[in-house]
Design a protein around this ligand. Structure first.
Ligand code: CU
Length: 238
């Protein structure tokens, strides 16, 4: 249902949407019931001439039920939501599936630098492709990311993936995603990171295999493309 308003474009975005929807349904149902009852009782027992208000101590078991039963229901539904949330959290944030490729994401005031592995599929080699505010990935591949910041706290967010991860200077945070829909989507910084925070958007390009290969070819420098062979030229100094 949420995907009608915002595309669901990663392997786990549907699970997160389902979780949000179930939480909305559970809390929404009880919210409407409780407020309906509350307003109904206000209307029914509204002040009338000649009728004195009665003090209710709440000690009578019949009266106590009005507090105790909703309390038990809250506990039960809390546990249901907790179990469902932990299952999704474990899948998205704790368990890291085997990845096909890793991208390095560096946040700074106020831009993203994305280091793509290049044709050899490995980082820290001469054919790495470094782009600002532009991340290119292939649909259906599992990507690991290494996220860090050069200055302050930022937060890497791809709304269509339902992915959000804080970037912390001095730390490299690992995570993963698997795009399932090709297209161009927004990348946002979702942590107020200074006056240019709102000017820190990026784009992610999810491409089919052929399109991604063509892009790789087009952006790989000639010297780096030959780097898989022995004796790379300049560059790649570490
Ligand atoms: Cu930022």
């Amino acid at each position: 249902m949420i995907s009608r308003y915002l595309e669901s474009a990663s392997s786990y975005s549907g699970d997160i949407d389902d979780l949000i929807l179930w939480i909305l349904l559970i809390t929404g149902f009880w919210f409407l019931l409780a407020e309906g009852l509350f307003i109904g009782l206000i209307v029914k027992y509204t002040a009338r001439d000649g009728v004195r208000a009665k003090y209710v101590s709440g000690e009578d078991p019949k009266e106590k039920r009005w507090v105790a039963w909703p309390h038990y229901a809250t506990l039960v539904f809390d546990v249901i939501i907790l179990v469902a949330a932990i299952r999704v959290w474990t899948n998205v944030k704790i368990e890291q599936p085997p990845v096909d490729e890793t991208v390095r994401i560096t946040a700074q005031q106020w831009a993203w630098t994305f280091t793509h592995a290049g044709p050899d599929g490995k980082l820290d080699t001469p054919d790495d492709i470094r782009l600002v505010d532009e991340l290119h990935v292939e649909k259906g591949k599992t990507y690991g990311f290494e996220l860090t910041s050069r200055d302050v706290l930022h937060s890497f967010s791809v709304p269509v993936f339902r992915l959000k991860q804080d970037a912390i200077p001095g730390r490299v945070i690992k995570g993963w995603f698997k795009p399932t829909m090709s297209g161009q989507f927004d990348i946002q910084c979702t942590e107020i990171c200074g006056i240019g925070h709102a000017l820190m958007p990026g784009r992610i390009f999810v491409e089919d295999h052929d399109v991604h290969e063509a892009w790789l070819k087009a952006v790989t420098p000639v010297a780096a493309a030959g780097a898989a062979a022995p004796a790379p030229t300049t560059g790649g100094t570490k």
